[in-house]
Ligand binder design. Sequence first.
Ligand code: AMP
Length: 537
Amino acid sequence: GNMLEGYVPFPEEFAARYRRLGYWETKTFGERLDEWAARYGERTALVSGEQRLSYAELRSRALRLAAGLAGLGVRREDRVLVQLPNTWEFVVLSLALFRLGALPIMALPAHHGAEILRLLQFSDAVAYCGPASWRGFDYAAMIGDIAPQAPALKHVLIVGAGFDEIARTPEGPLPEGPRPEDVLLFMLSGGTTGLPKLIAHTHEDYACVMNHATALAGLAADSVFLAVLPVSHNFTFATPGVLGALSRGARLVLSPTPSPESAFPLIERERVTNTGCTPAVAIQWLESPLRAKHDLSSLRAMLVGGSRLPAEVAKRIEREIGATVQQIYGMAEGLNNLTRLDDAEELRLDTQGRPACPADEVRIVGPDGSPVAPGEPGELLTRGPYTVRGYWRAPEQNAQAFTADGFYRSGDLVCATPSGNFRVEGRIKDLINRGGEKISAEEIEGLMLRHPAVRNAAAVAMPCRVMGERVCACVIRRPEASLTLDELRGFLARAGIAHFKLPERLELMENFPLTAVGKVSKKALREGVAAKLAAAA
Ligand code: AMP
């Protein structure tokens, strides 16, 4: 069995069944990398800025970096905090860690000191890898500031400095790698609590979702896949994303940002056939005047997910960009639903798909936990061959987030259409989904309450045509105190959190609406803000 402390394993009878039915292949990602290089050798694997790497070069760079990391003393099960933008270094580092059995923690470049420190402390990571600076933020300074508070941290590898040196290590013998049932990596949960929740996937379970999503997306050796969202998101990394493209001998093109300015020239130059984005990015693309200046006609299909895609936007993508829309409703914890490329138009445009793997199990339940009537909305619960059975090192949270028989409570309200495809109708978890980035209301509220002018605070979603939702801060001030949105944002930014979490509106209030049981009614707050915005428009 899996030995990593704090990991919640699949029950043995499930593991045995997933292997017997072929959903789990007894193979590691190190072995997959060897296979890819053997099969696709001189074909272009990766395009990143000026770099073009063949499959053989990609493998060789990964093995050299692995040798360098092993030389530093990085071992199996050691955690390595990875905070890299969409660059070849990210891909090579991930593959090197997979080969060693060291475990990347996939942080976002948007994360700042407070989030990174919590992850380092929570995971006892031995190494951090990030850029020197990127989009105006100094990561080297950030990690320098927080490193003294992370006692397990031994190595800081900055791209352009220490990382490059280690990456130049000559190829050499490597220690024995991990086993297929071992943990492969940690994804971050788009969680509802202030604390980080880490999602541990194994080699076997992660390959399962990668393979199913890649097959459904139709990626093959003649595909060119453009990664535009952050590669450290599950969506961009493996469903099908980076790993899916590499597993089929496709060409993977990395765009530094999803903006039309960086993505459109790459689509034109590389003749990109497939990409994946959020509804917010799709809207930016549709509305960009640059669309007329670039040939996007090579695009065959666009995966869209992370937040709910309005049907009108889906229709415009198909009509105006000429790519088939493939909706994806997934979660880093596991379950991924996709519309099929050959689904009827109404399903493609107006549902969020159905489970990727035949062994995925879904229940839609009411507040009492019993199944709703067919077609009625309810909370989606799920378990299956790539849905984790618990967060890492989080027994208390797991008792809430998972049922006794191992189903993950998604917190999403969905209904099943007669076709079997789901429609996402809302959510019961307390988070804000800003263009696909999840923001925990509790985290922002906890920080706001530290501000001297704040007596009580609530963070709620307000509607946004492009982002879907944005953060609105509802605040009751202390008597005599003053507070502006800018002050509040500055205060939160100085606390060291990602910029995308900062409130974009401040509602000063005398008191908060309460529910029947006397709790702050987030629903009433949300509706109040939405009504104000509508009236102002
Ligand atoms: P994450 O694990 O960060 O990818 O967040 C997963 C959550 O994002 C899901 O539980 C949903 O709340 C939301 N989500 C993902 N895809 C979609 C979609 N296509 N439509 C609506 N919500 C989505």
